[in-house]
Design a protein around this ligand. Sequence first.
Ligand SMILES: [Zn+2]
Ligand SMILES: [Zn+2]
Ligand SMILES: [Zn+2]
Length: 143
Amino acid sequence: MTVHSSSSHTPKLGMRTTKQRTAVVEVMQEIDRFQSAKEIHTALQDRNAKVGLTTVYRTLQSLVDIGAVDALHSPTGEVLYRHCESEAHHHHLVCTKCGRTEEIDGGPIEKWARQVADTYGFQLTGHDAEVFGICSKCRENSQ
Ligand SMILES: [Zn+2]
Ligand SMILES: [Zn+2]
Ligand SMILES: [Zn+2]
């Protein structure tokens, strides 16, 4: 892992940006759930922000690259994006119906990943684990 040192603590999303990039960032900060690039694009259109879908994809990828936005693959294979509160390492519990997301601790997964890498002589560079379910609100609504 590369560690960038920064003396002053500025929010990662507040860095120098273009107008379009800023629009994407603002929408990401407003919406609390994981959503696809297409949904983000629609949300931008609702706000009369003129950002093309290609730019939305590119911007999201660059935000993921700097760690400002988290991305995950939904069970249906879609890539979903979210701006999370926590800047520390975390995992996600995601409602597959409404996209509601809880930022969760990896718990035993953290240790397990290190052990598995050790066992096979790998240097650990990362791991991935997300939990999907249906939240209580969505369960109530479907009853
Ligand atoms: Zn996250
Ligand atoms: Zn839900
Ligand atoms: Zn973890």
